[in-house]
Design a protein around this ligand. Structure first.
Ligand code: SF4
Length: 394
């Protein structure tokens, strides 16, 4: 893949992208190297306004439930996993997952993101049983679950194809697949950070291809700032754009910077806001076939998250009722629905809660009945996340 900088003038590349003419990988590389942050932001915002309602910035309410932290892999950038047999390893009981879903519904939530480490002992039937339980007990919740490394591991364990594993999970109730585990889709980088074993770049892409062939939508992600060359980030963007050309199955692109505390890579210099906003803007300009770009306020903080709405993002992502992976690496932010709406409104947009696959907006009237039904499920630590429009919790 040729990702050497194209040598074209930045203004010519930006003119093309804003006019809807596709730019090359070499152009994207040139923008990352030589683009001015404000000019990139203005161009990315114009493209965002062509794809999405310029007056609105959306968000969703869901919860990351990390059903296990036990993992057979040892990605060097990960502070979350525990090795099998570690005293701090856990597998969340099904009833506890149910309680977390009830609390999500009490907070006007519409979905859960269920994702683990890659537990060595769980067969396909475990995942099927969990999905069936959730869908039968909480039919109102959207289940976005099991990223490519989990799917690959189950496929290997059960000697099945990616397509067949995903078909079995879909039949049991899986509704969409998160884009986790992508990091940088370039095998040299993946080997360097020990992410190659969980999925090679081709395997990650192929799991997503098979999900899309199964009729499931997925998100796409990029985690960068691990010391990799810029060219590998561009290669990553190219692979995402190519698969989207082929299948059209990605709903959104979400990128964030490596959070290094408590990881084996704590010596890697931190990636700051300038590079985050620049990378977001170039991603929006290059990936012209994905409709939604999320901010990553969870890693960048609320203020940079808000600013990202001027650099190509149209969506703030989740209020994140629970998050364990990024917080294990030393970064921890929380946000109530009211605060999310205030953040968006004060950036000049109309805040709208959306469904997990961006099909429609959700109003507080839509979720009032479910919230009232599960109000008693709110834990003391999450009561501050309850909307001021909800009944007061005693
Ligand atoms: S990033 Fe995921 S696959 Fe890698 S060690 Fe952490 S939990 Fe395991």
């Amino acid at each position: 893949m040729d990702v050497t900088p194209s040598g074209r003038a930045v203004t010519a590349i930006l003119d093309d992208a804003v006019a809807g003419r596709r730019i090359s990988a070499g152009d994207a590389h040139a923008l990352l190297l030589g683009g001015d942050l404000i000019e990139l932001g203005l161009a990315a915002h114009e493209v965002r306004c062509r794809h999405n309602d310029p007056r609105v910035a959306s968000y969703n309410i869901d919860r990351n439930i990390n059903y296990t932290n036990i993992c057979v892999y040892k990605c060097r950038f990960c502070a979350f996993y525990r090795e099998p047999g570690d005293a701090e390893g856990y597998l969340v009981p099904r009833e506890e997952i149910g309680r977390k879903i009830e609390e999500t519904l009490a907070l006007n939530g519409t979905g859960i993101l269920l994702q683990g480490g890659v537990h060595p002992d769980l067969p396909l039937s475990y995942y099927q049983g969990l999905l069936r339980y959730i869908r039968a007990t909480y039919p109102e919740i959207h289940v976005h679950a099991f990223s490519p490394p989990e799917i690959k591991f189950v496929a290997k364990k059960e000697r099945m194809s990616f397509f067949d594993v995903i078909a079995a999970l879909k039949e049991a109730g899986l509704m969409s697949i998160p884009g986790g585990g992508a990091e940088i889709l370039q095998d040299g980088v993946r080997k360097e950070v020990l992410a190659y074993g969980k999925t090679s770049a081709d395997e990650w892409i192929d799991v997503m291809r098979q999900a899309h062939r199964n009729g499931l939508r997925t998100s796409s992600t990029m985690m960068y700032g691990m010391g990799e060359p810029l060219s590998s980030r561009v290669e990553h963007l190219q692979r995402i754009r190519d698969l989207q050309d082929e299948t059209g199955g990605f709903t959104a692109f979400i990128s964030w910077t490596f959070q290094h505390e408590h990881t084996e890579m704590a010596d890697v210099p931190e990636t700051y806001a300038h590079e985050y906003l620049k990378t977001l803007a170039v991603s929006r300009l290059f990936i012209d076939n994905i409709e939604h770009f999320q901010t990553s306020w969870v890693t960048q903080g609320k203020k940079i998250g808000q600013l990202a709405l001027a650099f190509g993002a149209d969506d703030m992502g989740s209020t994140m009722i629970e998050e364990n992976v990024v917080s294990a690496a030393g970064t921890s932010y929380r946000m109530s629905q009211d605060e999310m709406e205030h953040l968006i409104a004060s950036a000049g947009y109309e805040p709208k809660q959306r469904t997990n696959l961006y099909e429609r907006y959700v109003t507080r009237e839509d979720t009032a009945e479910q919230a009232a039904k599960y109000m008693g499920s709110l834990t003391p630590e999450n009561r501050d996340l309850a909307s001021s429009l909800l009944p007061v919790v005693s």
